[in-house]
Design a binder for this molecule. Structure first.
Ligand code: FMN
Length: 367
C-alpha cells in the first residue's frame, strides 16, 4: 500500500516523499522581483523537509498580478533572483516548483492582509481583463473583455514565463487554473459569457486552458513534470462543476499534464463552501479515479496521520500543507519522524536531531 513517506516519481523528478507546500502569495515582491523575505521563507520550508515547494502565484504579465506585490516572470531580469531561491530549495533536497498565473479580473487589488478591493491607478492598480466585462464582486472594478489577439498573446506569455522558469532552475511548473483567476474565469459559465470560440460550450470554455497547457508542454522540457491547479467546483449552481473537472482532467492527461492539484472555489465571492478538515480530498479522489491521472489534494490537512491516510486510501498521490506550513516550517520533518520514517536533517542541525532518527546527511552536496 502506498503511503505518504514513499517517494513519488513524476517524469525524471523524484519527490523524496509526498508532502508538498502549495503556492502561497507573500505579497512581498516589487516589480515582480523577489525580496530577502522570499529567500528566507522558501529556504526555511526546504530545510523543514518539504518534498516539493511550489512558489506562489508568479505572474506571466504585469497586469496578470493579483497585487502589485506579486512575483513575476515576465522579463529576463526576473530569472536570476528566482534562480537563487530555486537553488537554495534544491540544495536542501527539495524539488523547486513555481506556479505560473494570470489573475484576470481578480488582479490589481490590495495585499492579502488588507481589505480586498481594486486599487486605483494612483495606488498602483491597473485596468484588469477577463473573458467578459463582469466584475468579480463588490469593491472590484469591471474588467475589459479580452479580444482574440489578446488571448493569443496571453498563451505566449505563459510559454515565455515557463521558458524563464526553466532557466531559473525550477523543476516543476504549475499552471494556475483555479481560485477564480483568469484561466478559471474562462472555464466557468458564471464568468465567461463570450459567444466566440472561447465561450459557451465546454469545448469552448476549456479552449484557453488547453491552449496554454499544450503550448507550455511544448516549451517545458520533456524530462520535467507539468502540474495544473484547478478548482474542482465553483460551489454554485450553474457554475463550473466536478463532472466538467473530471472531463477536463482526462483531456489534460492526453496533453502531457503529470499531476492535477485539486482545490475548489474562488470564482464567486458569495459561494458557501463546507470548509472542514480534508473537505476537498473527495474531489482529488474522484479525478484520480475517473480521469486516471495523479492528483494532489489541499485544504485543512494538518496532521501526519491525516496526510498518510489520504495517500494510503488512494485519495491522492501528493498532499499539500498550506497554512500549517506557515505556522510550522518544520512540519514535514516532524511528520516523517512521527510516522516512523527516516528524516533528512541538514548537517548543520544534526546535533538537534531526535535520538533514533538517522540522517541521510550532507544532502546539500547532492544538489
Ligand atoms: C497566504 C496565502 C496565500 C495563498 N496564495 C495562493 C497562491 O498564490 N496560489 C494558489 O493557488 N493558492 C494560494 N493559496 C491557497 C493555498 O495554496 C491552499 O490551497 C489553501 O491555503 C488551503 O490549504 P490549507 O488549508 O492547507 O492552508 C494561498 C493561501 C494562503 C493562506
Amino acid at each position: 500500500m502506498t503511503h505518504v513517506l514513499e517517494a513519488l516519481k513524476l517524469r525524471d523528478v523524484v519527490l523524496r516523499h509526498r508532502i508538498a507546500m502549495p503556492a502561497m502569495c507573500q505579497y512581498s515582491a516589487r516589480d515582480g522581483m523577489p525580496s530577502d523575505w522570499h529567500l528566507v521563507h522558501y529556504g526555511t520550508r526546504a530545510v523543514g523537509g518539504f518534498a516539493l515547494i511550489n512558489l506562489e502565484a508568479t505572474a506571466v504579465a504585469p497586469e496578470g498580478r493579483i497585487t502589485p506585490y506579486d512575483l513575476g516572470l515576465w522579463h529576463d531580469g526576473q530569472v536570476a533572483p528566482l534562480a537563487r531561491i530555486a537553488q537554495l530549495i534544491r540544495a536542501q533536497g527539495a524539488v523547486a516548483g513555481v506556479q505560473l498565473a494570470h489573475a484576470g479580473r481578480k488582479g490589481g487589488i490590495a495585499a492579502g492582509w488588507e481589505a480586498q478591493r481594486s486599487l486605483t491607478a494612483d495606488e498602483g492598480g491597473w485596468t484588469t481583463c477577463a473573458p467578459s466585462a463582469l466584475a468579480y464582486g463588490e469593491g472590484y472594478a469591471s474588467p475589459t473583455a479580452l479580444m482574440a489577439d489578446e488571448i493569443a498573446a496571453i498563451v505566449g506569455q505563459f510559454v515565455a514565463a515557463a521558458r524563464r522558469a526553466c532557466a531559473a532552475g525550477f523543476q516543476t511548473v504549475e499552471i494556475h487554473a483555479a481560485h477564480g483567476y483568469l484561466l478559471h474565469q474562462f472555464l466557468s459559465p458564471l464568468a465567461n459569457q463570450r459567444n466566440d470560440a472561447y465561450g459557451g460550450s465546454f469545448e469552448n470554455r476549456t479552449r484557453l486552458v488547453r491552449e496554454v497547457v499544450a503550448a507550455v508542454r511544448a516549451e517545458w522540457p520533456e524530462r520535467l513534470p507539468l502540474l495544473v491547479r484547478i478548482s474542482a467546483t465553483d460551489w454554485v449552481d450553474g457554475g463550473w462543476c466536478v463532472e466538467e473537472s473530471v472531463e477536463l482532467c482526462r483531456i489534460l492527461k492526453t496533453l502531457g499534464v503529470d499531476l492535477i492539484d485539486v482545490s475548489s472555489g474562488g470564482l464567486i465571492p458569495t459561494a458557501t463552501m463546507p470548509v472542514g478538515p480534508g473537505f476537498q480530498t473527495g474531489f482529488a479522489e474522484r479525478i484520480r479515479r475517473e480521469a486516471g491521472i495523479p492528483t494532489a489534494t489541499v485544504g485543512l490537512i494538518t496532521t501526519p496521520a491525516q496526510a498518510d491516510h489520504i495517500v494510503r486510501t488512494g485519495q491522492a498521490d501528493l498532499v499539500m500543507i498550506g497554512r500549517e506550513a506557515l505556522r510550522n516550517p518544520y512540519w514535514p520533518m516532524q511528520a516523517v519522524q512521527a510516522l516512523g520514517g527516516i528524516g533528512e536533517w541538514p548537517r548543520q542541525y544534526l546535533r538537534a536531531a531526535p535520538l533514533g532518527t538517522v540522517s541521510r546527511q550532507l544532502i546539500q552536496e547532492k544538489a
